[in-house]
Design a protein around this ligand. Structure first.
Ligand SMILES: [Zn+2]
Length: 271
């Protein structure tokens, strides 16, 4: 039985992490020694990274007690093997009750994130979830039959502290992306934020066909809590070659390596 997830710990990953990259190396070393001597329990000031090294994905589980889930058996992302997914009659189409949101973009040094204002709900197979934010990864985190896509966006929804739903949408190279056209040159390239009076229609950010792969997994960043019902949409969005290049530079490979599926099953719903 999993230990109860502390809300503050879960939210850590969604909100701006204040500790990263601002420290000098010396301060960081002092902090790590201090952490080792006193206790490994407090993850608040622990620095982690998407890149290989002491604070990289392979070591997340060892950085502090609160990140131990990163070494568990139901982690995300995964490689979705299309010939192995189960088609089940019990899955139904997502029912969206989305509205419009203001524009509030932050770069927290792990991702570029749009914080959402207004009420946006989705019913997924009988459970209601509220949209909190969406953010990006380059390359994609999920792979399809072993293939990476250049970008993946995650729409993060919450029902309770132990029940999140993330809708993942992959991007492929193609027509220019309308949201990027408007905001790509406004995205903070380092820690920072951009706000405007604009209004965005959130549902317009999704592909028309909302067929999905569904499996149970985790947050893809520390604390890697296994509280996420994943819905990876089958239909990708597009962005132009230039947009992908500019965006990938800002994001700097912020994707977690593929995790083992273990005993889990991936199910599919086709519209
Ligand atoms: Zn994500």
């Amino acid at each position: 039985m999993k230990h109860l997830i502390n809300l503050a710990t879960v939210l850590l990953v969604f909100l701006t992490v204040s500790s990263c990259k601002t420290d000098t190396k010396k301060e960081q070393e002092t902090k790590e020694q201090h952490t080792d001597q006193i206790s490994k329990k407090d993850c608040k000031d622990v620095h982690w990274s998407h890149h290989k090294g002491e604070d990289g994905p392979e070591n997340w589980k060892n950085l502090c007690d609160g990140f131990s889930d990163c070494g568990e058996n139901a982690q995300s992302p995964i490689n979705i093997i299309t010939s192995n997914v189960s088609k089940v009659d019990t899955l139904i189409a997502a029912k969206f009750s989305y509205g419009t949101s203001g524009v509030d973009i932050i770069n927290n040094e792990h991702t570029v994130q749009f914080n959402i204002s207004g009420e946006h709900n989705v019913n997924l197979n009988g459970t209601d979830y509220k949209l909190l934010q969406f953010h990006y990864h380059t390359l994609s985190e999920h792979t399809i039959d072993g293939n990476y896509y250049p970008i993946e966006v995650h729409f993060v929804h919450k029902n309770s502290d132990t029940n999140f739903a993330v809708l993942g949408v992959l991007f492929e190279e193609g027509e220019s992306n309308a949201l990027f056209e408007k905001y790509l040159d406004k995205f903070p390239t380092s820690k920072g934020s951009f706000k405007s009076e604009d209004i965005i229609d959130v549902l317009s950010l999704f592909p028309e066909n909302k067929s999905y792969y569904n499996y149970k997994g985790s947050l893809t960043t520390p604390p890697c809590s296994e509280v996420v019902n994943w819905y990876v949409l089958k239909t990708p969005l597009t962005a132009s070659k230039e947009q992908i290049e500019v965006f990938s530079k800002i994001m700097n490979n912020n994707y977690r390596p593929i995790q083992a599926l273990n005993s889990r099953e991936v199910q599919v719903y086709n519209h």
